[in-house]
Design a protein around this ligand. Structure first.
Ligand code: SF4
Length: 77
C-alpha cells in the first residue's frame, strides 16, 4: 500500500469492547476508562488497523488517507 493513514476513534461511540486493541495491538490502546484511542494519530497503512476498523462493532474507528484526505474506512458510498 505505502500510504499513510490518519486514525481517529470517536469516543462518544466506542463501547470499550477492546476488539481493536486485540486486532491491532500496535494501533490501539484502551485507556483507564476503557475507551480506545489510536497509539499514533497517523500510521503507515496496515492491514491489521483496517481489520480493527472493520471489526469495531459500533464503527467508532475512522481511517482517512493522510495525503489525499480520502476515506479509507468507512469507504465512501
Ligand atoms: S473495537 Fe470499537 S468499540 Fe471496541 S474498543 Fe475499539 S473502538 Fe471501541
Amino acid at each position: 500500500m505505502g500510504d499513510r493513514w490518519q486514525v481517529t476513534v470517536d469516543r462518544g461511540v466506542c463501547i470499550g469492547s477492546g476488539m481493536c486493541a486485540a486486532a491491532a495491538p500496535d494501533g490501539f490502546r484502551l485507556d483507564t476508562a476503557r475507551q480506545s484511542h489510536p497509539v499514533a494519530p497517523e500510521t503507515d497503512a496496515d492491514e491489521r488497523i483496517l481489520a480493527a476498523a472493520e471489526g469495531c462493532p459500533v464503527e467508532a474507528i475512522t481511517l482517512t488517507s493522510a495525503g489525499s484526505g480520502e476515506a479509507v474506512f468507512p469507504p465512501e458510498e
